[in-house]
Design a protein. Structure first.
Length: 65
């Protein structure tokens, strides 16, 4: 699965980064950077938490299977 970001919708709150710091981070300009191409099973729960906590629904998980 992949994390898909709707960049225009993202406001840089950083809650997703707190939920899944191993998967994403905010750069110095407050832009969200997704650090992984594919989310593996070990990080699936963190990815789901990041999507869930986004206050503007800028993230979603996409099945790549």
């Amino acid at each position: 699965m992949k994390i898909q970001l709707d960049r225009p919708r993202c406001e840089g709150h950083g809650l997703c980064e707190e939920a899944a710091p191993q998967l994403m981070h905010l750069d110095d300009d407050g832009e969200l950077i997704i650090d992984v191409a594919d989310v593996d099973d070990a990080d699936a729960a963190a990815a789901q938490a990041a999507v869930r906590v986004c206050p503007v629904a800028a993230l979603r998980l996409v099945d790549t299977a």
